[in-house]
Each structure stands twice: as C-alpha cells, then as structure tokens.
Design a protein around this ligand. Sequence first.
Ligand code: M6P
Ligand code: ZN
Length: 185
Amino acid sequence: MVELLHPLLSNLNPDTGLMDPYDTHRQVRLGDMPNHYLSGHLHGSSALNQDTVLYEVFELSVPEKAGDMIPCSTILHPGLVGDEFFMTKGHFHKNREAAEIYYCLHGEGLLLMQQDDECIVKQMNQQTLIYVPAGWAHRSVNVGSEDLVILAVYPADAGHEYGFIEKSGFAKRIFSNGEKGYIVK
Ligand code: M6P
Ligand code: ZN
C-alpha cells in the first residue's frame, strides 16, 4: 500500500532564510571544503578558520522517492577565501534526470551551472527564478555583502554527487576585483 505523506507547512523568512519548523539544519564550514578553493585554506592574516561557517541549509524531510519533492533554504554568508567568494560545494544529482528550481529571496549571487564543457553563469538577485535542467551541476556564489538566501526545490530521489566537482571544480571561478565587484575566470 502506498503511504501518503501529510501536507507540510513551514515559515520561511525571506531575509534570513530561517525555516520554522524544519527537519534538518546543516552547517558547512571551511574545514568541510579542503579542496574547493584555489587558495587552499588559511593564509595571511585571514580572519577565517576551519570552523568558519560558510553556508547553512534548512530542509523539510521527505521520503526519497520519485514523485516527492524536497523544499530547502540555503543561507550563503558573505565573505572571501583568499580572493574567491564564499560558495557552495556544488554537485550533480545522482539521478541525472532530476532538475531543480532555485528562487532567490535575498542578496546578490551567481549560480554556476555546468555540463560537459559548458559552464553558464547566471546572476541571482531577490526574485530571480532559475530552472536548473537535469544533468547540470550547480553551485551558488555570494558576490554581495549580505547573506544570499535561496529557496531550492528538487526531486526527493535526486541525490547529491559531490566527487566530480570536488576533484575537478567548475570551469569558471568567481574572484573579488578588490573593490565591490567580481571577476569570472
Ligand atoms: C541548495 C540545494 C541543496 C544543496 C544546497 C547546498 O539548497 O541545491 O540540495 O544541498 O543548495 O549546496 P551543496 O549541496 O552543493 O553544498
Ligand atoms: Zn541540486
């Protein structure tokens, strides 16, 4: 017999990204990303340390089966590792047929999407909606001075595959231009 899920309700604050209630809250720290930034970790007089929280994800738990969808908020804090802006790890979906919807609620960011040799960079500001088609790896980057807050919705059976990106990165990286802007390289 198919077990029906009951409707779920949460309050998602568009400015802070906090969800109430939520089922899971994940904090990703600099120490969790040893291979993602070009400059490595800690150098110079950086105020960062291994425990610095770069981003947080609040999620409602949904059974990981086809047909269901997972709603989550991401709060990507502002900052730099070396001269690269704080970013998410980035991932493919294990299920390459699973797409994803991003809706930016607050802040200024970029969404990198990559498939084979193609890497596309789209700007995200409050109210930007981006459809990430199936098969494209995706990574968010905060290029602003405030938290970047995103609502993402994706198929519950999508799964996250981090290995390829951790090893090979994205074809484009986002650096500070030393003032308030960014450079794509
Ligand atoms: C978005 C969604 C989540 C993802 C999160 C952080 O909220 O895409 O599925 O977990 O960003 O990104 P990552 O998993 O790449 O660290
Ligand atoms: Zn995803």
